[in-house]
Design a protein around this ligand. Structure first.
Ligand code: 0GY
Length: 301
């Protein structure tokens, strides 16, 4: 199918209709630790404040992709297009047969009962976006307050931020409690040097804060070289995987919301994994041990 055939009216692309079967066989028990469900919009409406409208992407389509790629579990992450309405996310987790857990978004006035209900449904993380094009207000105060409160629930923070904004947020993030997961390695500009000043700051933050984790996901969002190799992103992700093998996660990002440049073939994204995690041991940590430790800690593996 050509790109134009699955391009939506507003320019955002729909997910790949026919992803390839990956050549890389993921280890048994692998977790796709960053993916989404969207809508369906007539059942679970998109947030009025959203900055883009995604294509509907149902839980059943996500389970089909999981099986197609050889994964066993999913961590479903709330994206900004659903705002703090986590109903689609919770519905998916509750219908996953225990094979999915979640990362939700909440407002500052979330009650303890609501946090407990999210936990009981399978939510283990709360996400905050500092990506300016996606939110109306940067959530410093909410993050600080909610970040403290979720510790008692056994939940962790997930932060979406872009590299140019890290210098001014470095001290703020470093003072936050508990585990903090950074989406997509803090979105480095991969036209820069992977050993250069900008990415060094992200690396230094993880070195200085052993409560911080990174998702080495989304080469398709970061790459200028593009598919199928995403070769310009490889040295960035490889560096993180090798320096912090116990604190990295990976996910497809299906259905790749808000993408206009190209739509990733999810099978080829899986084939990217052995380029950044080059040994069986690193692959197992990235895809199994680490996400299980964070999202299913009660299951020893
Ligand atoms: C974007 C939009 C989002 C991205 C993600 O996981 C993601 O990459 O959710 C969002 O949160 O709405 O343009 O990066």
């Amino acid at each position: 199918m050509s790109e134009s055939e699955f391009k939506m009216d507003d320019g955002w692309l729909e997910f790949h209709p026919d992803p390839s079967i990956p050549e890389f066989k993921v280890p048994a028990g692998a977790v796709d630790a960053h993916c989404h469900v969207f809508g369906p919009g007539d059942q679970f409406p998109y947030a009025p404040e959203r900055k883009y409208t995604p294509c509907d992407a149902s839980k059943d389509q996500l389970w089909a992709l999981r099986d197609h790629l050889g994964f066993e579990r999913n961590v479903i992450v709330q994206a900004t297009c659903h705002g703090a309405d986590n109903r689609a996310l919770v519905d998916a987790i509750e219908h996953s047969g225990g094979k999915a857990r979640g990362v939700a978004s909440v407002k500052r006035d979330v009650t303890d009962d609501e946090l407990q209900a999210l936990y009981d449904a399978g939510v283990r993380g709360i996400r905050f976006s500092f990506v300016k094009r996606l939110v109306d207000v940067l959530p410093h105060d909410t993050l600080k307050e909610v970040g403290e409160r979720i510790q008692a629930f056994g939940m962790h923070l997930v932060i979406y931020v872009e590299a140019p904004d890290l210098p001014e947020l470095y001290d703020f993030f470093s003072a936050l409690p508990g585990i903090i997961v950074f989406d997509h390695m803090g979105r480095p500009d991969v036209s820069k040097d992977p050993q250069g000043e900008e990415f060094d700051l992200f690396i230094r933050m993880l070195e200085e804060n052993d409560n911080m984790w990174a998702k080495v996901s989304c080469p398709d969002r970061l790459s200028n070289d593009g598919p199928p190799d995403y070769s310009d992103v490889v040295p960035f992700a490889k560096r993180v995987v090798e320096m912090f093998p116990e604190r990295v996660l990976w996910g497809t990002d299906w259905p790749h919301p808000n993408m206009k440049s190209h739509m990733a073939d999810d099978g080829k994204l899986v084939d990217y994994v052995p380029k950044i995690a080059t040994t069986v041991e690193l692959q197992r940590k990235l895809l199994v041990t680490n996400p299980m430790r964070l999202y299913w800690p009660e299951e020893k593996n």
